[in-house]
Ligand binder design. Structure first.
Ligand code: SAH
Ligand code: SF4
Ligand code: F3S
Length: 451
């Protein structure tokens, strides 16, 4: 028996891409390719790309340069290597990729990769297709026809919503992912049931604006909160999470879900981008800093131990020292357990890129360093405050050292514990003993050992 040809899918960017990369791998599996862990063992390579900042796009063109060399070496040995580009860069620069990168055989956008079988056929016939339609509903239906492949993980992402109608003036996502589309509730429930049957215990519902989820099923209007209520009833699912949310879609029922559903993790990633009303307006975020502060106050009333996370952009065009100081003040006032922060990056085709008042690179750099310094202080303080507390930890994988396993706390911290690998895939009470640089160390609670 000859060995199956190999596939390698490389994921860049956000969780949506991580999920999509898994499903692209499933489709390649059906087409006869076996997943490989190394690039050079693959007969087909798909780069699932990101376009969010300039750096993300540059990285992919340089990766394509290396792949071209690989492909030329293979050709000299008389072997073929098929190269595909998927994801948001594919959507934004499809034609240009085909022109610039001769090694690329096909380009497929993030809302049409369910057409991969057809595309592979076309490539076999010698074509170099670019498929870039926004077929989000069709993509959902197509994905629902196949069960996600067994991966043996304790946690899984499930896409419930894709696309964005918000058009923040810095962001490419509405152009690369198309309009907001919610997935039918029956498909989501079926997928979670399949995952639970495979041993998955924690589900993270994902979407570009996941809390904008809305689906009408007869007379029933499904929101994200109602979906969590339904998924909470599954006994094999012990923890639920979601990301990424928009402040304007933070409905009352979702805030109440944090109060009422024990399985919903006390963790919220809610990007604010800036603490300055002037900049928020220029960013077209459609809310001010007060709305964000009030929301956080209400969420903390509903679930006092909630850990908060956010995204920030420094150096948006026109941002003054005073605007930046407003962001620092907001961070100081609210206090975040973790956060992502970025220097503003000009993206072609977005309104922000047209502005004449771009902020100088060295100013952006200094502001980012100051903001990240403050956020890091808060992260360390949050972890420090966890020492001595007892958390439910869902174990996911072996640790770096023998005899150690790693899991996640409710607050999304990695926790290292000396415990048998048989606990991977299970949740245990863990006493937190000390902080590491990027994680925590703990021990299984005595009462659980006896049990
Ligand atoms: N839908 C989410 C986030 C999507 S992109 C939301 O609305 O918050 C993830 C993060 O990348 C954004 O929150 C933003 O902080 C950052 N980002 C997006 N475009 C950017 C740009 N042009 N420059 C720098 N950071 C950017
Ligand atoms: Fe981008 Fe704004 Fe949409 Fe988030 S809400 S994906 S930042 S346009
Ligand atoms: Fe990047 Fe597209 Fe996600 S631009 S962040 S991969 S939605």
């Amino acid at each position: 028996m000859t060995e199956k040809p190999g596939s390698f899918v490389k994921s860049y960017g956000c969780q949506m891409n991580v999920y999509d990369s898994g499903r692209i791998g499933d489709l390649l599996g059906e087409a006869g390719f076996a997943a490989r862990s190394e690039l050079d063992q693959a007969d087909i390579i798909v780069l699932n790309t990101c376009h969010i900042r300039e750096k993300a796009s540059e990285k992919i063109y340089s990766e394509l340069g290396l792949i071209r060399q690989m492909k030329e070496e293979r050709a000299r040995e008389g072997r073929n290597l098929v190269v595909g580009v998927a994801g948001c860069l594919a959507q934004a620069e499809g034609e240009e990729i085909l022109r610039r990168a001769g090694a690329v055989d096909f380009v497929i956008g993030p809302q049409s990769y369910h057409r991969l079988p057809q595309v592979l056929d076309d490539v076999r016939k010698g074509a170099r297709p670019f498929v870039g339609e926004f077929d989000t509903q069709e993509k959902f239906d197509e994905l629902a026809r196949r069960a996600p492949r067994r991966r043996g993980d304790a946690t899984a992402f499930v896409t419930v919503q894709e696309g964005c109608d918000k058009f923040c003036s810095f962001c490419v996502v509405p152009y690369t992912r198309g309009p907001e589309t919610s997935r039918p509730v029956a498909e989501i429930i079926a997928e979670v049931e399949q995952l639970a049957a495979q041993g998955v215990r924690e589900i993270t519902l994902i979407g570009q604006n996941v809390n904008a989820y809305v689906f009408a099923d007869g007379a029933t209007r499904w929101t994200l909160a109602r979906l969590f209520e339904r998924l909470s009833e599954m006994k094999d699912i012990v923890r639920l999470r979601y990301t990424t949310s928009h402040p304007l879609d933070m409905g009352d029922d979702l805030i109440e879900a944090h109060r009422d559903l024990p399985k919903l993790a006390p963790y919220l990633h809610l990007p604010v981008q800036s603490g300055s009303d002037r900049i928020l307006r220029a960013m077209n975020r459609r809310h001010d800093a007060k709305l964000y502060r009030d929301l956080i106050a209400r969420i903390r009333t509903a679930r006092p131990d909630i850990a908060l996370s956010s995204d920030f952009i420094v150096g948006f065009p026109g941002e003054t020292d005073e605007d930046f100081e407003a962001t620092m003040a907001l961070v100081r006032d609210i206090g975040f357990a973790s956060a992502f922060s970025f220097k503003y990056s000009m993206r072609p085709g977005t309104p922000g890129a047209e502005r004449a008042d771009q902020v100088a690179e060295d100013v952006k750099k200094a502001r980012l360093a100051a903001l990240q310094g403050l956020l890091e202080e808060q992260r360390v303080a949050f972890n420090q405050a966890c020492i001595g507390r007892t958390f439910d930890v869902l174990f996911e994988k072996p640790g770096r050292h023998a005899g150690q396993i790693i899991g996640k706390s409710p607050y999304l911290q990695s926790v290292n514990v000396d415990a048998p690998a048989t606990l991977i895939g299970q949740m245990r009470r863990v006493v937190i003993e000390r902080p590491g640089s990027n994680s925590l160390f703990g021990r299984i609670h005595q009462a659980e050992k006896a049990a």
